[in-house]
Write a protein that binds this ligand. Structure first.
Ligand SMILES: [Zn+2]
Length: 117
C-alpha cells in the first residue's frame, strides 16, 4: 500500500491558523477545521475530548512510524477521517498551557493516508 503523505501545517490545511500573540507560534483556531487538499472538504475536529477515530491497522502503523520522533518530543496527535474522501488524517500537535487548564494547540505535522480502497 502507498505511504501517507506528510505536510507542514499551513493556513490552506487549517483555515484560521495564525500566530498567537500570546506565545508567538502558530496555533489552531477553536474549533479547528481541516481542509482536505484532495477533495476540498472541510472536517471539523477536536483535540481534547474526542476519542480518536479507529484507523485501519495498516494506516495506523504507517502513521505511527512516520511520527515516532515527534511523539517522542512531547507531541500528541489526533486521528480522524476526511468527511469528503474518507482518507485517514493525523494531526500531530503540541499542547501549550497558557493559563491554568487553558491550552493553545501548536500543530507540528499533518499526515494524510492513501485513498480508501
Ligand atoms: Zn478529502
Amino acid at each position: 500500500m502507498s505511504q501517507p503523505t506528510s505536510h507542514e501545517p499551513s493556513p490552506d490545511l487549517f483555515p484560521g491558523l495564525e500566530i498567537s500573540p500570546r506565545i508567538h507560534i502558530l496555533v489552531l483556531p477553536t474549533p479547528p477545521d481541516f481542509h482536505c487538499p484532495h477533495c476540498q472538504a472541510h472536517t471539523p475536529f477536536n483535540l481534547y475530548y474526542a476519542a480518536p477515530e479507529a484507523l485501519e491497522p495498516q494506516v495506523r502503523a504507517a502513521f505511527d512510524k512516520a511520527t515516532r520522533a515527534l511523539r517522542a518530543d512531547r507531541c500528541d496527535h489526533q486521528d480522524f477521517h476526511c468527511r469528503g474522501c474518507g482518507r485517514a488524517v493525523r494531526v500531530v500537535y503540541m499542547a501549550c498551557e497558557i493559563a491554568m487548564s487553558s491550552y493553545l494547540y501548536h500543530p507540528r505535522r499533518v499526515l494524510i493516508g492513501p485513498p480508501r480502497g
